[in-house]
Each structure stands twice: as C-alpha cells, then as structure tokens.
Ligand binder design. Structure first.
Ligand SMILES: Nc1ncnc2c1ncn2[C@@H]1O[C@H](COP(=O)(O)OP(=O)(O)O)[C@@H](O)[C@H]1O
Ligand SMILES: [Mg+2]
Length: 417
C-alpha cells in the first residue's frame, strides 16, 4: 500500500467523531482464504462510497443511514457485502479493505474494518459529481476488474437525459419539449409555443436553482424556487434577470406542464425503479409529492409532502381511469429506464423517475435521477424500505453470475458497455 493511501486512511480516521474500529474480533470475511474461495463461492458485492463512515447512533436520514442499512442487509442476501472507499484499495497488491456495520444492543452501531476479497460486483453509491470525477481512475479500474459488473456508474444530466429519450417513439409523446438556454432567442421560440417554462440547471437536484417563467397581463414573470418574483417586459430583459439569478450555469428550458394540484400545491409522481434478481426493471415504490402552496416545485427537499397516489388522483379521475394511469406510469417508467440504459451504454440497477400528470391524465417525464436516494425511516412500510435496499443487492447477485447484458442479447434487447 502506498504511503499516500495510508496517510489518507489515517486522515480520514482522525476526522471522524468515532473512528472505525479495526477488525474487532469479527470475521469480516470468512471467505478470504484462497482455499475456501474455490468452493461454492458467494458473490462478493462491494458498495463504493466516498463518504466518511461514522460510528455511533446513526441518523436514519442521509448517506450514513443508507450505507449502514445496506451493510446490514448482507444477512438477507446470498452474498458477501461490504462498504469500501477508493482510497482504501491497494492496487499494487490487489488488496481490498472493507467495512461492515455492526449494530450494538444499545442502538449504537459501529463500522468494523478488515481485509476483504476483491469485489465481483461494484454498487456505486458515490453521491457527488465531484467525487465521481475525483475517483474516476479507481472507478475505471474497478469496472475493468469486475468485467463491467459495476452498476450505477454515473449521474446523468437533464440535457443528456432529454437527448437520450427524445427519439424513442413510445416515450416522445411524454417528453416535454426542451432545449439548452444559451441566448435570449432560445427563450423566444419556447415562449412562443408554451405559456410557461421551467428553467433548470442541467446538473441540479432537490429543486435548487429552478426558475419558472410565465406571462401575466402583458409582462413576463420569473419565479424562483424560494418564491422570489421578478418581472420583465422583454425577452432580453427576461434573459438578463435570469442570468442575475442563475449565473453562468448551464440551464435547460423545459415546457411547463399544468400539473394537477392537491390542497393548492403542485403534484408530481416519483417512481423508484430497481432491477430485480433476474435483471429486470421493476417498480419498488411510487408516491405523489405535493408541493407547498404557492411553490413552483414539489421536491420533498423544498417542503413537499409524500402522499399515496389514490389520494391525489381521486379528485380528478374515476377509479378506472386511476387504474389506467397507474398502469401507464409503470410501463412508461420501465421504458424510460430501458431507453436510458440502452442509450448511455451503462449498467444501472436503479433510477428515480419524476413524472407529471396533467388534468387530462396525460403523463409527462419531468426528469430522471440515476442515483436515487432512499429513506431508512419514513412514511413507507418497513417491508418496502427493506425491499428498496435488498433489491439492488439481489440484482448485484444476478449481475455477478450473468455479467452485463451485451448488444443483441435477448434480455431487454439492450447493449451495455
Ligand atoms: N416542466 C415542468 N413543469 C411543471 N413542473 C415542473 C417542471 N419541471 C420541474 N417541475 C417541478 O419542479 C420540481 C423539480 O424539478 P426536477 O426537474 O425534478 O429537478 P430537480 O433535479 O431539482 O429535482 C419537480 O418535481 C416539479 O415539481
Ligand atoms: Mg427531481
């Protein structure tokens, strides 16, 4: 192990409130011995993170909650599961160090560190674009080591997603018109066609940086996520005011959808799509998010509240229509995941699809997240929460045996690099 790598571990250790413990008498990996490896070997799943690993009482929200929960799901799947970080890999000697979360009786948990075998499959749980870039070299090596058994390899951006989806015939009618905002004339054509527009940073999330442009008694109205309102009299003025708020970031202009509302808040639908143990896309969870009254976004991070679909749909649609819309939501979400995998050439194990439904019951694709987050606690049933963590691990087992799907394969008919 290089001194550079070692010092990084030490630094990381001292930074933590409660540093991880060295293999405290717990067999982190009982398959580590080469002898045992050859017999009946369980797949080894490495969950890749760049987050610190805190011991102590784990907050159920946030990455710590998710990583510790995932680690504890090892007991539910026929695999070895550990969490690891790029800087722990000793590439020179092909030695890996992993962490497992162990829960104490008093409700405290700790990460136990120890030597582990190289992963057969990598489940990428790196949660920033910056970290993805910083550890690109390690990620590429891991992809090579696992022969492409590496899933959720990257964030997508809103423009790329639009580009990937726009030529798929079954998806096209559900895709709001969109274009990149470079100059005022990009707004001119969009404003000529639609009565309101959503401007979104292409790499944004959590509703941050979103601005809605609409028209009201002869003027343009710019409304930010925070609720600030600005007025403009010409498109040039709109552009200037937009840049004053949005800065130089790359933005996508998207046709505004007349979303259904619930108690005065805009509603959108989130589907958590995950592959199952047969490598097929399935819908794990679907719920409506109701934005705060007067807000332009419905993200939970912007004060939105989750609701069951039926509750928001029943004000607009009858029973049969609701059943039909739900069926379409499912089919469209699966199509979207397949299309994105196909176009990107990457293997994904899960996606979060944001859909809008208008008053006619038409479904619109608002955006797709390739690294959706899950909550460890919340309104959802404990069974569903557990499922949302075990499904990707079961998919990892499938991937370990079958490898990534190649072009021309029957399964989904997709090509994955
Ligand atoms: N084209 C649109 N029409 C209507 N509402 C939209 C549109 N685009 C986004 N929104 C609202 O803004 C929210 C955030 O937009 P989204 O594209 O999902 O960005 P983020 O990555 O920040 O979540 C959506 O959940 C929805 O409530
Ligand atoms: Mg979103």
């Amino acid at each position: 192990m290089s001194t550079k790598t070692t010092s990084k571990i030490e630094r990381n250790g001292t930074e933590q409130m409660n540093p991880v413990e060295e293999n405290a008498g717990i067999p982190v990996n009982d398959n580590a011995s080469p002898k045992k490896k050859s017999q009946d070997k369980k797949p080894v799943i490495g969950i890749l993170t760049t987050n610190k690993l805190h011991s102590g009482r784990i907050k159920p929200t946030g990455v710590q909650g998710e990583l510790s929960f995932l680690s504890r799901m090892e007991k539910r799947v026929p695999a070895e599961v550990y969490v690891f970080r790029p800087w722990d890999i000793d590439w020179g000697n092909n030695r890996f160090t992993g962490y497992r979360f162990v829960m104490e009786e008093d409700g405290y948990g700790r990460w136990v560190k120890g030597p582990v075998p190289p992963p057969d499959v990598v489940y990428d749980q790196i949660y920033t674009r910056v970290a993805e870039r910083r550890y690109q070299q390690d990620r590429t090596r891991l992809n090579k080591l696992t022969k492409g058994r590496y899933f959720n390899p990257c964030y997508l951006n809103k423009h790329v997603v639009h580009d990937y989806l726009k030529d798929v015939p079954e998806i096209r009618p559900h895709l709001p018109k969109a274009r990149v905002l470079k100059e005022p004339k990009d707004l001119t054509s969009m404003l000529a066609s639609f009565h309101n527009l959503y401007l979104k940073p292409v790499t944004g999330s959590l509703g941050r940086g979103i601005i809605r442009i609409s028209r009201e008694s002869g003027r343009f109205v710019l409304k930010s996520r925070g609720g600030q309102v600005r007025y403009a009299l010409s498109i040039k003025d709109v552009y200037r005011k937009f840049r004053a708020i949005g800065g130089r970031r790359l933005y996508l202009i998207q046709q505004g959808i007349d979303l259904i509302t619930f108690e005065g808040g805009v509603v959108d639908i989130r589907t958590l799509m995950q592959k199952n143990d047969k490598g097929m896309w399935t819908i794990t969870k679907v719920y409506a998010r109701v934005g705060r009254k007067g807000n332009i976004t419905s993200n939970l991070a912007s004060g939105g509240t989750p609701y069951p679909l039926n509750e928001v749909f029943k004000q607009y649609f009858d029973k049969d229509r609701i059943a039909e819309i739900k069926k379409k939501i499912r089919a469209l979400s699966i199509k979207v995941c397949e299309a994105l995998e196909n176009a990107s050439g990457h293997v994904f194990g899960e996606m979060g699809v944001d859909l809008g439904v208008d008053k006619d019951g038409h479904i619109w694709i608002i955006e797709v997240n390739s690294k959706p987050r899950r909550t460890v606690e919340g309104k959802g049933s404990p069974k569903l929460i557990t499922l949302s963590f075990t499904k990707p691990l079961r998919f990892a087992c499938y991937l370990a045996v079958n490898g990534p799907v190649r072009p021309g394969d029957k399964q989904n008919g997709k090509g994955v690099k």
